[in-house]
Design a protein around this ligand. Structure first.
Ligand SMILES: [Zn+2]
Length: 449
């Protein structure tokens, strides 16, 4: 048997889909041919393959890339594991995720990265890359060895869940990015202003819940941008939730500071009114949903859901390129830390992997940005920034693909959530846009049948 025919045994033809590749500006009906795990050709192809998938009515796009998830393993496997978190991601159309280091032990040593790597090799359905901690044990006192961890595969550095309060450590972390090329990914929240459970404003007052002022985020965004300017290092601002944060990032970018930023679907489509019970998605034209209960712990997230004006400013930042990408901050929590706990003491975070694409598609339908822009924000842009070979459908690229039906409507139910946790305020709501198949290097890793 020739090498060529051997290769063809692994070939895959995805026929007649609406193919979107922001990298080459493709947004048209086409076929995609895959062989030996790589893209071979895209276009109107008169070819056969060992497997053919009919993609009529489906969008075919590069597999999504999420640079901000919490997979909870090791240490918190009652919330999520590499196996369940990667399945949830694959079900959401993701083929690559970057996992945050707030595990137990924290990802702060080469040994911790090696151990995670072994679990990923054994259990992960998709590509999982670790983000290492900035400080040992995430305690904010002593910097990790940035160069050693970057060499061991860390794709970034973050004490996410907390800010790194010590500006000297942040300066060193940012300076180190100039050597190893991986960003410092910051959770911006001033420690002296924490202690609240939701956005501080009229609604927190009405509900009598202690608030977190937006200044808690603004102060640290401003500090970290200033340190990025000082060092020339690469700063990536995680989950920007405030309009003033977008303004700061825009200004520093214009001055040449090397900074990037991400927004989350929940900060673009939900407001602090959700904590009071609203379930109206903002900035989109979706049917009304019945209200939820006030102070539902599933609406508690950090940074918190903000007022309308912030969601509008974030969207403007996405449209004008100030915000580079959309990630999820997928943050699973088991039932006892959410439903079973009063709002003030409940854990922060919501799951997001399985809902990000439908929420982004709702923003596309509302006219905020195009479908190729949505795919760019959720795949091509992170690939470009981190220098990954994916996020594109060009010949030779790894065949990481998502096929989704942009029209199918489905209801979020506990029974169908793939994550080990169900902490989302979207429970019971109907979304539009459903992932049908996810391929990793040409291998099917998820199918909605
Ligand atoms: Zn965070």
């Amino acid at each position: 048997m020739s090498t060529e025919s051997l290769g063809r045994m692994n070939s895959l033809l995805i026929r007649g889909g609406h193919v979107v590749d922001p990298v080459v500006g493709l947004d048209a009906r086409a076929d995609v041919l895959v062989d030996d795990g790589r893209i071979v050709a895209v276009g109107r192809l008169d070819r056969s393959a060992s497997r053919t998938v009919d993609a009529d009515g489906l969008v075919v796009a590069p597999g999504l890339i999420d640079v901000h998830v919490h997979l909870r393993e090791p240490g918190f496997t009652e919330k999520e594991t590499i196996a369940t978190g990667s399945l949830a991601a694959a079900a959401g159309g993701y083929t690559t995720v970057f996992c945050m280091p707030n595990t137990s032990p924290a990802l702060d040593s080469v040994a911790a990265l090696r151990s995670l790597e072994a679990t990923v090799r054994r259990d992960a359905l998709i590509r999982v890359h670790p983000i290492a901690a900035i400080t040992k044990g995430r305690r904010g006192k002593e910097a990790v060895d940035f160069d050693e961890l970057a060499a061991a595969g860390a794709v970034g550095f973050s004490d996410d869940g907390d800010s790194t309060a010590d500006s000297g450590i942040m300066r060193a972390a940012l300076a180190a990015t100039r050597r190893h090329g991986r960003p410092v990914m910051t959770h911006c929240e001033d420690r002296g202003l924490t202690g609240g459970a939701m956005h501080e404003g009229d609604i927190s007052q009405t509900l009598n819940i202690v608030g977190i002022p937006p200044e808690a985020e603004e102060i640290v965004i401003a500090r970290d941008l200033a340190l990025a300017r000082l060092t020339g290092g690469w700063l990536h601002l995680c989950h920007i939730s405030i309009g003033t944060g977008v303004d700061l990032l825009r200004r520093f970018k214009a001055e040449g500071t090397r900074a990037t930023g991400e927004a989350m679907p929940h900060h673009l489509t939900m407001t602090d009114a959700w904590v009071a019970g609203s379930r109206r998605l903002v900035n989109v034209d979706e049917p009304e949903s019945a209200d939820g209960i006030p102070a539902d712990p599933n609406t508690k997230v950090n940074p918190p859901l903000r007022p309308d004006a912030d969601t509008v400013a974030l969207l403007e930042g996405v449209r004008d390129g100030t915000i580079d990408l959309v990630a999820t901050d997928h943050a699973p929590h088991a039932e006892p830390e959410k439903a079973g706990t009063p709002f003030a003491r409940a854990g922060f975070g919501m799951i997001g992997s399985e809902f990000a694409l439908p929420l982004a598609l709702a923003l596309v339908r509302a006219g905020h940005f195009s479908l190729p822009k949505a795919i760019d924000l959720m795949s091509s842009a992170p690939a470009r920034l981190w220098g990954l070979p994916t996020g594109r459908l060009t010949p030779g690229a790894p065949a990481d693909l998502v096929l989704f039906d942009p029209n199918e409507r489905w209801t979020v139910r506990r029974e169908t959530i793939r994550s080990k946790s169900c902490n989302t305020p979207l429970l019971g709501m109907t979304l539009q846009g459903k992932v049908k198949r996810t391929f990793l290097a040409g291998e099917e890793r998820y199918a909605d049948d």
